[in-house]
Design a protein around this ligand. Structure first.
Ligand code: ADP
Length: 493
């Protein structure tokens, strides 16, 4: 529930458990606008008790939800999509004040969210399994896809609105019920607002539950998820560092996990690329949401014949991006999420400069506003260039190459494997090179973050596993084999 307390002009939010907003009055924690540190809301500070109640509600709602007729489920999803669109202006404002998202980024998320809801609405009508041939006379074998049970999700603060849908909507579309724990940095745009939407659409109580928590309390909630037998899968979007902690717990609890982690997404611009198109694609791919999305481009390898024109064209374009309060519809670059994020990029830019890199543009913070920053001539051992760790901000490294094969090999020297791009006019050459990338996604002539709701997005290696879109059926269902024998069996004893 969001309650505006007039006297203090503060929004108070509560948990959403079993179709009800919990009472106001318990402990809360403040959520800040990253731009100016103003308090945006006071959110309920939950813990193990609320997590257990939410899991119990989701478990109780599971049998009816799993067996709901496809048409009934479809109506709910379609209604939710309409509500998302109706609430566009309010959602844009929320994403701006809670997460520093520009209107361009919020509109992108709203479009993708409504599209995903409408696509998922029809999945209940798709074939539910297969009939297989058996070698045993008189036996038929059927294979059906069954939902898992309760799926618990961790939703992130960055692409908060869309990534939250992706975390719980895909499991729900396949008949699971869910509990989510939004990031403490954006509890409304990463979960509570979704509860408002699903409540209005008429989703049955308990099918979707949200619990919020103060910084530092995530671990006790995670423990409840891992220890509850009803929870059959943990769907996590966040850093590989936290994923390793959770993965160890998943190992002990023998629980399935779906992981959407970071990336170090390279772009290779071949000598025959369309220069103007490459500049446009890299501007969007590297600097959307001020570089705080796992699929942002981090390093561009550009053929030396195009390098100087590419760098000057890109610089001119990014210097034209308006920086400031994302509530201004003209602003493209809003604030970084917190001081830690500003410090990370500052330290890494300085590290590269100390090692002899050239600063082409940007490089100076104004509070939490950090301009698009381009570095060239970056030594391979600079932190921002090694590929071992993503710099979660508006920092792009550009490197010239003469030998495309060497550039390709260098681009693969990273533990991550999320997305990548190749820019070329030669489609066959692009496809040949794409086939060799060790990433979950490779785009030819498009940015590294060319997401669409229907397409399976996900990573390999340290970028995690699991896919979005209909391919998520692999992650959120089990295969059930049923056989029926209509003749007496033949047994060896
Ligand atoms: P980011 O840096 O993008 O916020 P993190 O991986 O640090 O990514 O955090 C992602 C989510 O993981 C957040 O919702 C946070 O609350 C949760 N989290 C962080 N540390 C732990 C932990 N030790 N156990 C369980 N959850 C955690």
């Amino acid at each position: 529930m969001t309650l505006s307390v007039a006297a203090e002009r503060t929004t108070i939010t509560t948990h959403f458990i079993d179709g009800r907003w919990t009472d106001v009055g318990g402990p809360t924690f403040p959520v800040f606008n990253p731009l100016d540190g103003e308090i945006v809301s006071e959110s309920a500070a939950g813990g193990a008790i609320e997590a257990k109640a939410a899991v119990a509600a989701a478990a109780a709602a599971f049998p009816a939800w799993a067996n709901l007729a496809p048409g009934a489920r479809q109506m709910l999803f379609l209604k939710a999509a309409d509500i998302v669109e109706r609430r566009t202006e309010e959602l844009v404002e929320l994403m701006a004040v809670e997460g520093g998202a520009s209107r361009a980024f919020s509109a992108f998320q709203i479009r993708l969210s409504a599209a995903m809801l409408r696509q998922a609405a029809g999945w209940g009508y798709l074939p539910a399994g297969d009939i297989l041939r058996s070698d045993v006379p008189g036996r038929t074998a059927t294979v059906t896809r069954k939902p898992l049970g309760v799926v618990a999700g961790f939703t992130p603060w960055n692409g908060a609105f869309y990534l939250a849908w992706r975390t719980f909507l895909l499991p729900m579309a396949f008949g699971n019920t869910t509990v989510i724990k939004p990031s403490e940095l954006a509890p409304r745009s990463a979960g509570l607002v979704h509860a408002e939407i699903l409540e209005e659409a008429g989703f049955p109580a308990g099918t979707f539950n949200v619990i919020t928590h103060a910084p530092g309390a995530a671990a006790e909630i995670a423990e409840v998820f891992f220890e509850s037998p009803a929870v059959r899968c943990i769907n996590f979007t966040g850093s590989d560092k936290t994923a390793r902690i959770l993965g160890a717990q998943a190992g002990r609890a023998l629980k399935r996990m779906v992981l959407e982690l970071g990336g170090f997404n390279p772009v290779i611009i071949l000598d025959d690329a369309d220069l103007e198109e490459s500049i446009r694609a890299v501007t969007f791919g590297a600097f959307l949401h001020q570089g705080q999305v796992c699929m942002n481009s981090r390093k561009v390898y550009v053929h030396s014949s195009l390098h100087d024109d590419f760098v000057s064209g890109l610089t001119a374009r990014v210097e034209g991006l308006k920086i400031g309060d994302p509530r201004d519809p003209g602003v493209i670059i809003g604030p970084l999420i917190d001081d830690r994020a500003v410090e990370q990029i500052q330290v890494r830019v300085q590290d590269a400069l100390d090692r002899g890199a050239t600063l082409v543009t940007g490089g100076r913070a104004n509070g939490r506003l950090y301009p698009p920053t381009i570095l060239t001539h970056v030594p391979a051992d600079a932190i921002c260039a090694t590929g071992a760790d993503e710099t979660f901000g508006p920092l792009l490294v550009i490197e010239a190459f003469d030998d495309a094969e060497a550039a390709f090999r260098a681009s693969q020297n990273t533990p991550f494997g999320l997305s990548a791009s190749i820019m070329t006019r030669d489609r066959a050459r692009g496809l040949d090179l794409a086939a060799r990338f060790d990433t979950g996604i490779i785009h030819i002539n498009a940015p590294t973050m060319a997401s669409e709701a229907a397409l399976p997005v996900g990573g390999v290696k340290d970028s995690g596993w699991g896919r979005s879109g209909y391919y998520a059926i692999e992650d959120f269902t089990e295969v059930r084999l049923t056989t029926l024998s209509s003749e007496p069996g033949r047994y060896p004893f």
